[in-house]
Design a protein around this ligand. Structure first.
Ligand SMILES: *Cc1c(COP(=O)(O)O)cnc(C)c1O
Length: 356
């Protein structure tokens, strides 16, 4: 089945909301575009593919996802190039990861044609919602949840897959202060840390709130066994520049395989910057800070792109990190990624896709 033959019914909104949006002051997650793509899985098949006006849905109070958490999501972004064309960034990687999450949660996979055609048609229809201001983009949220109205604990028979979008600005206004968490955990070996499943984020809220009460913005998670190795930070992978090398925890079943992380690793290799993907001990990072060998510690993810940390708190001590210089790896990689995504620089990796 090709994109042209996939039957997607399109119902356009009669009350567009685009003119109500203040594009000069975009707050992450507040504005949602006019339309959404919806597909339903029933009787072993994806069906009823449609684009409809973004609106509330009626669900049974017994909807399985609301009770037992069979729910997964993705996060990706679209940008406008100078010609006003809409570009997506590595969407196939998001699709592939979505299906890995689906398998871990006993959910059906979404065929590439459905994911890509739904995305393409939706972005074509809501292209006017893609911002062109520097630092802004259209955030894209594909997700799926179990929709059986049934209270037994078992994989649902029916599912709903939706994509909606919304224009966003920068995620953090200021470089975040992060606390190394040594009591609570995000993921354990054999668990679901590598899946982008809803429950992982619910579980992170309480420890994050405790850290915020102590004056931090976000956590750095450590391994469940010893709390000695660095894993992730919120919805970001964590990377360090130490002794001129890019060092980042290797992906595992407790660390999400981030597409921003992967892209930065590939760019670093392309530039000839040494890269180490391995376990990273907190002690190694703290020692490097104390000895002045740490150039930067930063989070990497679709929402933030690249977010250098201002402070790392560990066992009650706050370590101030050096300011990021304009010619540093972090600044250069952030600009380069942004330039590829917005079509300003040649996409030597073939990562961007134009919406046709
Ligand atoms: C989404 C996410 C990331 C970042 O992945 P990207 O593909 O770069 O957006 C990292 N860690 C967690 C826990 C995430 O949910």
């Amino acid at each position: 089945m090709t994109a042209d033959t996939l039957p997607i019914e399109i119902q356009q909104t009669t009350s567009p909301r685009l003119s109500e949006v203040d594009f000069t002051n975009l707050v992450f997650g507040r504005n949602i575009s006019d339309h959404m793509f919806v597909a339903e899985y029933r009787d072993g098949q994806w069906q009823n593919l449609r684009i409809i006006p973004y609106a509330d849905m009626a669900l049974s109070p017994a909807t399985a996802a609301l009770h037992y958490g069979q729910a997964i999501f993705e996060g990706m972004k679209a940008y406008k190039n100078e010609a006003g064309e809409v570009l997506t960034f590595r969407p196939r990687d998001n699709w592939a990861r979505f299906n890995r999450s689906a398998e871990r949660m006993c959910m059906p996979t979404v065929p590439e044609e459905i994911f890509m055609s739904g995305l393409n048609e939706l972005l074509r229809l809501d292209a006017g919602w893609v911002p062109s201001q520097p630092g802004s983009s259209l955030y894209i949220r594909p997700y799926m949840f179990a929709s059986d109205a049934y209270l037994g604990v078992r994989p649902s028979d029916s599912y709903i897959f939706i994509i909606f979008t919304g224009p966003v600005g920068n995620y953090y206004a200021n470089p975040p202060k992060v606390k190394v968490e040594t009591e609570y955990i995000r993921a354990a070996e054999g668990g679901v840390g590598a899946a982008k499943c809803a429950g992982n984020y619910a579980a992170s809220l309480y420890p994050t709130r405790l850290a915020q009460q102590q004056g931090y913005d976000q956590l750095i998670w450590t391994d469940a066994r010893d709390h000695a190795f660095i894993e992730e930070s919120g919805t970001m992978n964590v990377m360090f520049v130490i002794d001129g090398k890019l060092i980042t925890p290797a992906v595992s079943d407790t660390i999400l395989d981030g597409i921003t992380r992967r892209s930065i690793v590939e760019i670093a290799r392309h530039w000839g910057v040494p890269v180490e993907e391995r376990r990273v001990a907190i002690k190694e990072v703290i020692d490097a800070i104390k000895e002045g060998r740490l150039e930067a510690a930063f989070g990497a993810g679709t929402a933030v792109v690249v977010s250098p940390f201002a402070v790392i708190g560990y066992e009650g001590t706050n370590y101030e990190l050096p300011a990021i210089k304009e010619d540093s790896f972090v600044s250069r990689v952030k600009d380069f990624l942004t330039d590829i995504r917005t079509g300003k620089t040649e996409d030597v990796f073939g990562w961007t896709q134009k919406i046709q």
